[in-house]
Design a protein around this ligand. Structure first.
Ligand SMILES: *Cc1c(COP(=O)(O)O)cnc(C)c1O
Length: 370
């Protein structure tokens, strides 16, 4: 059997260093806001290539608090519009709603599944204040062109980098392009904790301070509350775990790209449409997406006849989610978002896949075409 993502196997590779790091936090007596947190924040900021990192409770909070901090600074109102992809994980749009603004959906590129200036520009209005491009599946959105568009319209940019730790655009890491960026350390992400976690990274010291304040009950000084904040912190145990795993992130992303290269050269293109036309250079492959018009039948075939695990990311485009329907533009068809939702299937990909597992996945997909 080929599991979709065996988290136990992935984390076993980091033992006994994980156990030692956890033991050290237990002994320290500091479990929130301690040295393990500040050590990880420093290391992750350096890794991304920005001066500031603020650990928060999860990726949703990282997005929400970034937008709230910007809204406080620029005086955004409830009518302010924030452009998000019509095809992404729901958190991207929910963060806009939770921050108090209106999400506006932009369709995605048919080949890349990310937003581009071509798909963003038609939905920008005089009320638009910010863009939240998502580096979906680990493939960076075209940040150079998106930042130029934002500059031209006077918009803030928050990168949703929850699926793309370590990816680069033109040599610069994702997270170092926008005015702020949000990361998630959910266990299944490319850099995953042993529980929930997230971070905001930015080059803007005031924004970093504001995010930290909002995530700490709106207080810069204990018991003195200048904003109505929330409790959203990355705890020291998770920070210590992440510090153990960060040094191997690049090597593991390389291994993911090798898996993707194997798939690209062995999967029959007449059976499944390959991501990015088979070009594996840019993505860190959080997910290896293929498309098929009979996606559900392909998934059932893989699991029933070949014991190959697969998942669908994501079966419903955001404008079609009942919870978000109020923000959908009835006149807009979001054709590419809806096609991705109808046809995408995620094949197993992680740094510890064996050659035998890869061959089994390829054989299973080929058999579907026979
Ligand atoms: C995982 C994810 C999030 C949310 O992260 P959590 O830590 O689960 O809150 C946000 N955006 C995208 C694209 C994600 O994949």
């Amino acid at each position: 059997m080929v599991p979709y993502y065996p988290l136990d196997r992935v984390n076993a590779a980091f033992r006994p260093a994980l156990s030692a790091a956890i033991e050290q936090v237990v002994s320290s007596g500091w479990y929130v806001g301690g040295e393990a947190l500040s050590d990880f924040e420093t290391a992750f900021a350096r890794y991304v290539g920005v001066p500031h990192c603020v650990g928060v409770g999860n990726g949703l909070d990282a997005l929400t608090l970034s937008l709230q901090a910007m809204g406080l600074r620029y005086g955004w109102t409830a009518e302010a519009e924030v452009v998000v992809p019509a095809f992404t994980f729901v958190a991207t749009a929910l963060a806009v709603v939770r921050a108090g603004y209106r999400p506006v959906f932009a369709d995605v590129d048919p080949l890349l599944a990310v937003v581009t200036p071509r798909t963003i520009e038609p939905v920008v209005t005089p009320r638009t204040v910010a863009l939240v491009p998502v580096h979906l599946y680990g493939l960076p959105a075209p940040m150079d062109a998106i930042m130029a568009l934002a500059e031209a319209h006077g918009l803030q940019v928050v990168e949703d980098a929850a699926q793309a730790h370590g990816a680069r655009v033109a040599g610069r890491r994702v997270g170092a392009w926008g005015h702020a960026a949000a990361f998630s350390f959910y266990p299944g992400k490319n850099l995953g904790a042993l529980g929930d976690g997230g971070a905001v990274v930015t080059s803007d010291a005031d924004l970093a301070r504001s995010v930290r304040l909002l995530g700490n009950y709106g207080a810069a000084r204990k018991y003195h509350h200048t904003e109505r904040g929330v409790n959203s912190r990355l705890d020291d145990l998770q920070a210590a775990v992440l510090s153990v795993k960060l040094p191997l992130l690049d090597a593991h992303n390389d291994r993911r790209r090798n898996v993707a290269a194997y798939y690209a050269s062995h999967l029959p293109a007449e059976v499944v449409a390959l991501p990015y036309g088979g070009d594996v250079a840019q993505s860190v492959f959080h997910i290896y997406p293929v498309c098929h018009p009979c996606r559900d039948a392909l998934q059932a075939h893989l699991s029933a006849h070949h014991e190959v695990g697969s998942l669908i990311h994501y079966p419903v485009a955001l404008p079609d989610q009942p919870a978000l329907a109020a923000f959908a533009d009835a006149a807009c068809l979001y054709p590419h978002a809806r096609r991705w939702a109808a046809q995408e299937l995620s094949l197993p990909i992680h740094p510890f896949m064996t050659d035998a597992e890869l061959a089994q996945v390829v054989e299973a997909v080929c058999a579907f075409g026979r």
